[in-house]
Write a protein that binds this ligand. Structure first.
Ligand code: G6P
Length: 611
């Protein structure tokens, strides 16, 4: 949801900002722009479209200077055109900013500014902030004070980097609700929405907190304070991942690379945690709330998108192993419906990015109402990770492809371990515990075997790439996997796809079935296998095409399915992990065949930091 970057130091700022934007482009790619201070004047180059388009249209090499800012946009206010692209400047053109977030009271501020005679060129809320800062600067003649005053008056969210020709050796960064970190190098600083834009310069970072700002100077280092002018103590932390984790490493797309990483990322999710011999799990991050977990009467899982699908699978898994009631809530709904929360509830936020605005708001609401809040988050140091009482990191490494893949299976990995941990704290016997732990431990090599099906899945994808609709059906814990399979397809191929519980099909979706409707069934050999076969027959009777994800040794399914993709046998609660692999590959190959931009699907963003 918009990536912002800023550089100050001895090097040329434009190439550094540009490479930072490329790294963060998954956050939004509606437009891109740079602002560089050159010979005392701010020079802005910006363009609708992806960063590459901006690079083609703007003579970036001619933008010389050692202080600059950049932006890649996911549009909220104003269509994605050149004028609405960031950076935005004030009326004088001497102050410019890049902004990620939404200024909710921008219309009120804009009215005041219009009344005072200021004019606007764009439709954005961000330009209002720039003009507002400019007006305050004209009155106060103090850059920092002008930024601080403006930010304390705006409502809404911001990650913002501001520069001024009046103060050529200073960048000001601030955040509320949108992520922002400051990379601290050798006499140079890179400010960015995420660590991927910083890592090629430095591993030392300061994560800004809510309502905190960093005043970064060329000669006197940096200091942090709140936007209300209270000094804060900043801690320099270390970025843990390696540079190759955010590169394609020979794969055509990040998504494909991330799909193929799953044997390792899944393993990383339980490494050092799983105690196979004891049939238990050690989750150090939950130690602080162990007592609360033991006595909890209910778990509420809240999340968005793919993470919500993982949460739904978590409901089946946790209820089965720990025998504790679980509710799964869309974060965007949960936060606004005055949810009933008891002080002995455990609220779990699941999030890849740890920055999703709705999920963040949901946990704040849960905390306000006294629940214990824990996070299953991938991005280390992210806002949700920091605001929860306790948590478990996914350890999936950076996920760049907008369509989430490896984070989903890592979420299932952590959820299953959590269920096992909760179960063993309660009534789950050691024998079952050992079975689950051994099942988890075996999954990396089974995921690897699923990946070997790649060419077979690709052949099916080619045959159905022109379809206009798809149905995905599964039962029990495989129903969330069906939802996720459908989401993957719609996100990256723009084919309409629906996920449904297989048995619900007869209550509506069956009306859609004809010879043009491919139906993907998740049909492993489990206790409801026969029921799923009946559902398959119902589709066949209406001339639908059946693509079955079936157990490796199931030969009888060949008689009822048009195509069969085999997955190895595992425990029933672990099947969604394996079923997801061919579903990810199916969506990927269909999207590639349709010529879609797999890593940057239209209208989407990886991290949605606005409501
Ligand atoms: C966006 C992404 C989805 C993701 C969802 C939740 O919509 O496009 O892929 O599942 O946000 O993100 P989170 O980072 O909280 O898991």
């Amino acid at each position: 949801m918009c990536g912002i970057v800023g550089y100050i130091g001895p090097q040329q700022a434009a190439p550094i900002c540009l490479s930072g934007l490329k790294r963060m482009e998954y956050r939004g790619y509606d437009s891109a722009g740079l602002c560089i201070l050159q010979d005392g004047t701010l020079h802005i180059g910006k363009k609708a479209g992806k960063v590459a388009e901006m690079e083609r249209e703007v003579d970036v090499a001619a933008m010389t200077g050692t202080i600059g800012i950049g932006h890649t946009r996911w549009a909220t206010h104003g269509v994605p055109n050149d004028v609405n692209a960031h950076p935005h400047s004030d009326a004088s053109g001497a102050i410019a900013l890049v902004h990620n977030g939404i200024i909710e009271n921008y219309l009120t501020i804009k009215k005041k500014l219009l009344h005072a005679g200021y004019a606007f060129v764009s439709d954005t809320d961000s330009e209002v902030l720039a003009v507002f800062i400019g007006m305050l600067y004209d009155q106060l003649h103090d850059f920092e004070l002008a930024v601080r005053t403006a930010l304390s008056e705006v409502e809404g969210t911001f990650g913002v980097v501001v520069m001024s020709a009046h103060d050529p050796d200073m960048l000001i960064a601030a955040r509320r609700g949108s992520p922002l970190l400051l990379g601290v190098g050798q006499n140079e600083y890179v400010i960015a929405s995420d660590a991927s834009a910083v890592i090629s310069h430095t591993r030392q970072v300061v994560y800004l907190h809510e309502n905190e700002m960093a005043i970064v100077t060329r000669h006197d280092g940096f200091h942090t304070k709140t936007i209300h002018n209270e000094e804060t103590h900043s801690v320099v932390e270390q970025i843990e991942f390696e540079l190759d984790a955010i590169e394609k490493s020979g794969f055509d797309h990040f998504m494909l690379k991330e799909i193929y990483e799953q044997p390792n990322t899944f393993h990383d999710g339980f490494r050092g945690r799983l105690l196979v011999d004891e049939g238990n799990v050690r989750l150090g991050g939950l130690q602080a709330v162990a007592d609360k977990l033991k006595h909890a009467r209910r778990i509420i899982i809240t999340a968005c998108g793919t993470s919500w699908h993982a949460g739904l699978a978590g409901e089946y898994i946790i209820e089965q192993l720990a025998k504790i009631p679980v509710e799964v809530e869309y974060a965007s709904e949960f936060r606004y419906r005055d949810p009933i929360i008891y002080s002995d509830d455990i609220v779990i936020a699941i999030s890849q990015s740890g920055e999703t605005a709705d999920t963040l708001a949901a946990i704040r609401e849960a905390k306000r109402k006294g629940a214990t809040v824990i996070g299953f988050v991938n991005v280390v140091g992210s806002t949700i990770a920091r605001e929860t009482d306790a948590g478990v990191y996914l350890h999936a490494g950076p996920e760049i492809g907008v369509a989430s893949t490896k984070a989903f299976t890592s979420q299932l990995c952590v959820l299953t371990q959590f269920a096992l941990y909760m179960g063993r704290m309660r009534d789950l016997d050691a024998r079952t515990g050992k079975e689950i732990a051994a099942g988890l431990a075996a999954l990396p090599s089974l995921i690897h075997r699923c990946l070997e099906q790649g060419p077979a899945v690709q052949a099916i994808a080619l045959a159905y790439a022109k379809a206009t609709n798809f149905l995905y059906l599964g039962r029990g814990v495989n129903f969330p996997a069906a939802l996720e399979g459908a989401l993957k397809l719609k996100e990256i191929s723009y084919i309409h796809a629906e996920g449904y519980p297989a048995a619900e099909m007869k209550h509506g979706p069956i009306a859609l079935i004809d010879e043009n409707m491919p139906v993907v069934f998740i049909a492993p050999k489990d206790e409801i296998y026969d029921k799923v076969i009946s559902n398959i027959q119902e589709v066949r009777a209406r001339n639908g095409t059946v693509i079955a994800i079936a157990s490796e040794d199931d030969t009888s399914i060949d008689a009822v399915a048009d195509h069969v993709i085999r997955i190895p046998e595992t425990l029933p609660i672990l099947t969604p992990v394996l079923a997801s692999i061919p579903l990810q590959l199916l969506a990927y190959y269909i999207a590639v065949e349709r010529g879609c931009n797999v890593d940057m699907p239209r209208n989407l963003a990886k991290s949605v930091t606005v409501e």
